[in-house]
Design a protein around this ligand. Sequence first.
Ligand code: NHX
Ligand code: ZN
Length: 622
Amino acid sequence: MDPQPSRRSTADPSRRRFLPSWWIVIPALVGVAALGLWALLQDPAQELRYGVFKKKLAARAVRSVKVGPTELRGELAAADPKGRPVKFRVSRVGMETDPELAKLLDQNVPEGAYEAASGPSAAETILLPAALMGGVLGVLLYALKRSGGMGSALAFSKSRHRVYQKDERRLSFEDVAGNPEAVGELREVVEFLRTPEKFHAIGGRIPKGVLLVGPPGTGKTLLAKAVAGEAGVPFFSLSGSDFVEMFVGVGAARVRSLFAQAEAKAPCLVFIDELDALGKARGSGGPGNHDERDQTLNQLLVQMDGFDANRGIIVIAATNRPETLDAALVRPGRFDRQVVIDRPDLVGREDILKVHARRVSLDDGINLRQIAAMTSGFVGADLANLVNEAALLAARKGKPRVSHAEFEEGVERVIAGPEKRQRVIRADERLRIAYHEAGHALVARSLPGTDPVHKVSILGRGNGALGYTMYRPEDDRFLHTRAWLENTVCSLLGGTIAEEIVLGDVSDGCSSDLQRATQIARRMVAEFGMSPALGRVSYQNEGRSPFLPGGGSGDYAWSEQTAREIDLEVRRVLEQAQAATRQILNDRRAALEEITRVLTERDTIDATELQDVLDRHPYEKA
Ligand code: NHX
Ligand code: ZN
């Protein structure tokens, strides 16, 4: 089980708009119009081939005929089974040159039922389609007007940014916890927005753009809003992905429009979320609309160079992938200032919990420091989620206040989703799951320095795991020794190897364990210089984000010879770990059986119960 919670996006629900996107409305309207036209043109007459029609004429099976400009229409003499007249039509192609036709018509269609119609009426050819088009256009214009008074139907390029209104609750730095360094760096920006004249007089160069860099969920948007709130200036907010549109030029026009409006409101703050969506290095690979994105990015650069910073416009952008940004974006005069917003540390998490705890009533005995300690790796969004989950759990149990137990359960929910008790598991699979998890736990507890096992469970979880072993480090860990890495690989392999030893065969459930073990081994070899065979050398490419899960792994550009050596070394590391793991589990088979027994009886085993079992079966190295 991964002790790290899954990263959630920073999407701010308040930015989600109730207006439909034009790229849905327009095709929908066109579709409706087309459907109408189709229904209009649809007619119940059956299409007859010319030859068939002539045969029917000759057989006097035609009751009436009307000659139109492009086709003949009429009714057959025989009715359909329900007694309704059968209508038909025949294309006139080829008829003109047929001398027989007129004769056949004269002879075989009853008098008066055959008329050579004049051309189509004006209503049919012009008025009807015109009315239809007019209707569609009218609906379109109406919809456009309603969607925020865009005035003209051609205003697609208008920015759909959101401006924070004066009456909205202003956020302040009080609302931002867990990252005092970032707040400190942004205070200067606030000062400038408050009194641009002061800075102007001194002649100092004002930052135009500030880049907030950090993993998702760390509160970059919140921080930008707080800057605007502290300074008391309007806040224009837009996401980088909003700029990238279907048509070339639309995004660029949006950028222009955004800055035009910002200039009218200066001093103000423009916030661009997900800058990487539009700021990717120009011409870089990957799918998507390149011309459009490049144009949009160029326009952003032009605008940033164009506005006079002394007027009091500051652009704050957020990204979790600074390494993918176009180099031009981070040059002086653009986003030349970077503020890193990393995952909060222990104290930071406690402070964030304090902010969120204001909204719920907590048990008196609750110790937020303790909760912060068990949420290593959580970001602000995860902590907000945790407080919410805990409050919901307390409410469900009918408790007036949230106590420690709900937070314990909340942490598990945030990491792995709710328990899935209702799933029916075959008895043999349940036993396999129990051996697998017992294997993880036992190996982890047998090796020094690994993260302590907090809880083992064979109850499925909402994230799809059939069972899990939860580790809980006492403190944030910033460095991992080689022994820690090797031992962690062993405990990841412990699940599968327990299955192999006890049940004689392995299962396909191991994929995520194996993936993580392999990733650690690969980084040991290629990034941390921990392989004697390859030496203390980094085979890591530069320029990757330190925030990405898994850090810099995955991209190695070396000779094929070296690539092969890395692969072989990774395999050697894993094989060595497997041998060590097999040794432990064979030596401690009795403990493995006992942990498995407890698990099958009680579904879960916590740290103290596990310790009891281990005390009864001390490790005597063979
Ligand atoms: C399958 N599921 O794919 C079945 C349906 C080996 C006892 N054949 O290693 O549940 O294999 O120690 C987080 C972490 C799904 C979420 C791992 C969601 C793995 C998990 C796939 C236990 N515990 N594997 C484990 C497991 C599986 C899966 C996860 C996840 C099993 C194993 C799932
Ligand atoms: Zn496992």
